[in-house]
Design a protein around this ligand. Structure first.
Ligand SMILES: [Zn+2]
Length: 200
């Protein structure tokens, strides 16, 4: 079953997977696709042709622009904003013609890999990737790609450590460290080589 609140606006050619709920005043633009068992929180906006995987949790008032792709199991917390334009201008230089808002060759992509979490109130830049199971701390400004399993926070966001699939910070990065083996309190084990984190 797909649950769509009566106040949601769903345009043509939108795919919504089995078990997904779309809450009040959501707007999903044409061509977007959302996988199975997702939640799209109230007053969120999903632009043209955006692809969203399965079991993705989108909180209230999230803005997802064109050319964003979100893989399975991602969480996007309230009031997070994506961007796709490095040179935004309302008009052409003569000020008499509005620039079109449809995606064009200057529209830049953002990919959020599986399992990643984006905290509340973040702004996500474009032409970048947020890695698998990475975590972006609340209120961050992401200006470059985030490696798998990294916790980043701040403005601009910087890596401060490694997070487990369970969500806990299990290692804080320090200068000069090289190859480490670490385990999280939940039992999962990881290898860290030059700040590149992978499961053992
Ligand atoms: Zn863990």
């Amino acid at each position: 079953m797909v649950r769509v609140h009566e106040t949601a606006i769903i345009e043509d050619n939108v795919k919504i997977g089995e078990g997904t709920s779309v809450w009040d005043n959501v707007h999903i633009r044409h061509g977007a696709s959302i996988g199975d068992e997702c939640i799209v929180g109230e007053k969120s906006y999903i632009a043209y042709d955006v692809k969203i995987g399965n079991r993705v949790k989108i909180n209230a008032m999230v803005y997802i622009c064109a050319e964003v792709t979100i893989e399975d199991g991602v969480m996007i917390s309230a009031s997070t904003t994506f961007t796709n334009d490095r040179f935004p201008r309302a008009t052409f230089p003569d000020l008499t013609t509005l620039r079109p808002s449809e995606p064009d060759e200057h529209t830049l992509k953002t990919l959020v890999r599986e399992g990643a979490t984006i905290g509340a109130g973040c702004t996500i830049g474009n032409d970048l990737e947020i890695g698998r199971w990475a975590m972006v701390g609340m209120g961050s400004l992401v200006t470059r790609s985030v490696p798998d399993f990294h916790l980043v926070i701040g403005s601009p966001a910087r890596s401060i450590g490694a997070v487990c699939k369970c969500g806990q910070l299990f290692h804080r990065f320090e200068e000069g460290e090289n190859n480490l083996e670490k385990s999280c309190g939940c039992g999962l084990e990881y290898v860290i080589e030059d700040r590149s984190v992978r499961e053992k």
